[in-house]
Design a protein around this ligand. Structure first.
Ligand code: GCB
Length: 654
């Protein structure tokens, strides 16, 4: 990725520095303090979606700092220079025909003008501006006043903008966002800017963004932006954990309220028919649910993904008026345990037969797209997949909601991908990584589909600082959420991996007969068996094959199978499967194919318009390997879960 010169080493700093100087944070950066409940309408809350066409300008000035120097946030963006239309949510990279925008590095500016209903301007109401995600570093102003900044491209952030919109009811309300996609050794994922100083080969101030991960660094406002209201005293956060025995389940809850200490709280838990099955009051307690409907994974039960609905009602007397806030949280009752050989959900062994995904598609890049999301869930269920890993960053909350509803089990991965440079194991990086885990757990802690946290993918875990790094990171994650196991995904040799001692489940990626011994399918049984045995002997922990796969160019055929043909991809899967079938009787608890669909990467000599290890194309058409996997996954599901006949007819339907 090359871009116009930002002006030598000092220029690199200038890519990020304006924001540091600009930080006054009227609303303040929240970090991981406070709650981050998904915005939902209720009798006390209204919501306004801000998706659509926004105004946009990339700052192509040499230092990328013109926007800050000229304070573009002070006036409508169209008044400080030319603007183009930009869809939100979407990545900006593939929207125009301009290669400079596709590969742009630095600050881009977005703007939207919104009309607020008059009733939102009363002073007993809070108006909150929330971003589902924006990649990578965001600074946000409302009517020229900075309200929030946020680091990290895959998690939500928000700002209370009541005082701004109510104090100066200016019509319309102008939202300006400056977004920077530069990755440094201390961002997550990390990257580095490299200046090419050989004047015989590169123009002056030429630089590239280096990354150590294998997907395109799409940038933009990727997920929904909404405005929502709450009363001035409001339910800020809810945490639920669940336990269950045969006949009774317990839902432990904690509710935090902001704005007053004199409130009262009442809770009622309803089943899917709307019947109240338990009630409670106060900020913490336990609800008992007799004869509970447990949350079961897809294909493990005829009614997977069962969710109750916890209605939390807060009341407070304020200025002689009664303020009420109501928030309803879906709750799945299930337990998760790990033994030395098994992964148990509700006490029953669970075998992960699933996929790794990406948020990736033509044109919109990583932007949320409902049609794509629903299509992907239909394909997952067609395939008989019961699980996926959010490789290599947290996915949209809208996707996670459907995992909860359909019973698709999730290994929830943070953006710790490509942590290879020694400086990325230092304290600065670690501190940020801890905050990211706080933000991730704050967002996803109540989701029954999330059964394990993954703190990283393929870090250089053989380096000596990796031991302290992962020990600290995993301990922190467990302290934040003692109910779920923690892992990271390793491609390091079992004998030198310094993070593995701290995980609950070993997750291993390997590409035998692809990156190693390319073309030699016959080495797979030996090498894969040795891989499993070595890891198990060393750690006595259950193992997931968290990646394996081969590129195939759809429509390319070769028999005998040669690399990149559809036949080779199938043959490789079959070799892996024969070993999985032996080892899943022992301690292998899952297999996740790399990858669900083809996806875009940086250009390179091993990538043909992106990574082609998908079993579906980028346009979601099946390659031959998809049928191999489909047959296998349904077979495993039928063997292991005694599916009732109703599920079998469902198979035909899908
Ligand atoms: C891996 C990475 C994944 C890559 C994949 C590949 O080990 O975890 O991000 O895309 O290999 O295809 O090279």
């Amino acid at each position: 990725m090359a871009a116009a010169a930002p002006g030598g080493a000092a220029g690199l700093c200038r890519l990020l520095l304006p924001l540091l100087a600009a930080v006054t944070a009227a609303g303040g950066a929240r970090g991981a303090t406070g709650g981050m409940l998904y915005p939902r309408e209720s009798p006390s809350r209204e919501l306004k979606e801000l998706g659509g066409v926004w105004s946009f300008r990339a700052d192509f000035s040499p230092g990328r700092a013109a926007g800050f120097e000229q304070r573009w946030y002070r006036r409508p963006l169209r008044e400080t220079g030319p603007v183009i239309d930009m869809p939100v949510p979407a990545s900006f990279n593939d929207i125009t025909q301009d290669p400079n925008l596709e590969n742009y590095i630095g600050w881009v500016w977005y703007e939207k003008e919104v009309l607020l209903p008059q009733r939102w301007l009363q002073d007993d109401l809070r108006v909150v501006l929330r971003f589902g995600s924006a990649h990578y570093y965001s600074v946000v102003w409302v009517n020229g006043v900075q309200v929030v900044e946020h680091e990290g491209g895959h998690l939500p952030f928000e700002a209370d903008i009541s005082s701004i919109v109510q104090g100066s009811p200016q019509i319309p309300c102008r939202i300006t966002v400056a977004l920077n996609n530069t990755l440094t050794p201390h961002t997550l994922p990390p990257g580095s800017i490299e200046y090419m100083n050989d004047r015989t080969r590169y123009p002056k101030n030429y630089f590239v963004q280096n990354i150590r991960f294998d997907f395109f660094n799409y940038a933009g406002i990727h997920r929904p932006v909404v405005l929502y209201t709450t009363p001035s005293v409001y339910i800020d956060d809810i945490t639920v954990t669940t336990t269950s025995s045969e006949s009774v389940a317990k839902v432990q809850y904690q509710v935090s309220v902001v704005g007053s200490t004199l409130y009262s709280l009442s809770l009622s838990l309803r089943d899917q028919e709307g019947r109240v099955v338990a009630t409670g009051d106060g900020p913490a307690g336990e609800l008992k649910v007799p004869n509970p409907n447990l949350w079961w994974p897809y294909l493990m039960h005829e009614n997977p993904g069962y969710r109750y609905f916890l209605e939390v009602k807060m009341q407070v007397q304020a200025n002689e008026a009664l303020l009420e806030d109501i928030y309803t949280l879906p709750v799945g009752i299930r337990t998760v345990h790990v033994t030395s050989t098994q992964f148990l959900i509700n006490g029953k062994p669970f075998y992960f037969h699933g996929v790794n995904k990406h948020e990736d598609a033509d044109i919109r890049g990583k932007g949320l797209d409902w049609a794509l999301i629903v299509k992907d869930f239909n394909l997952l269920r067609w395939l008989g997949a019961n699980s996926f890993r959010t490789s290599h960053y947290p996915y949209a909350e809208e996707i996670m909601d459907l995992c909860d509803a359909y019973g698709i089990v999730v290994i929830d991965e943070c953006p710790g991908v490509g942590i290879k440079m020694p400086e990325s194991f230092g304290n600065k990086s670690l501190q940020h990584h801890l905050v990211v885990m706080e933000e991730l757990i704050r967002r996803d802690k109540n989701r029954p589909s999330v059964v394990m946290w993954s703190v990283a993918n393929e870090p250089a875990s053989e380096l000596s600082p990796a031991a302290y790094y992962f020990k600290t990171l995993i301990a922190h994650t467990k302290a934040l959420d003692p109910t779920r196991p923690v892992t990271f995904v390793s491609d390091t040799n079992y004998a030198v991996d310094r993070g593995a001692p701290y995980v609950d489940v070993i997750c291993v990626n390997s590409y035998f007969s692809w990156y190693h011994d390319p073309g030699h399918l016959e080495v797979i049984p030996l090498q894969l068996t040795a891989q499993f045995e070595n890891w198990y002997k060393t750690y006595q922990k259950p193992i997931i094959q968290s990646e394996y796969g081969a590129d195939s160019v759809p429509g390319l055929h070769s028999d005998p199978p040669l690399m990149f043909s559809e036949e080779y991809q199938k043959a490789m899967l079959r070799e892996y499967h024969s070993v999985f079938d032996k080892k899943r009787k022992e301690y292998v608890i899952g297999e996740l194919i790399w990858n669900f669909a083809d996806f875009m990467t940086n250009q390179g000599t091993t990538r043909v318009l992106g990574n082609k290890k998908g079993i579906f194309t980028r346009q979601r058409q099946p390659k031959s390997a998809a049928f191999v996997l489909r047959e296998r996954y349904w077979k495993i599901a039928n063997e292991s879960s005694c599916l009732p006949p109703i599920m079998k007819s469902h198979i035909l339907f899908l």
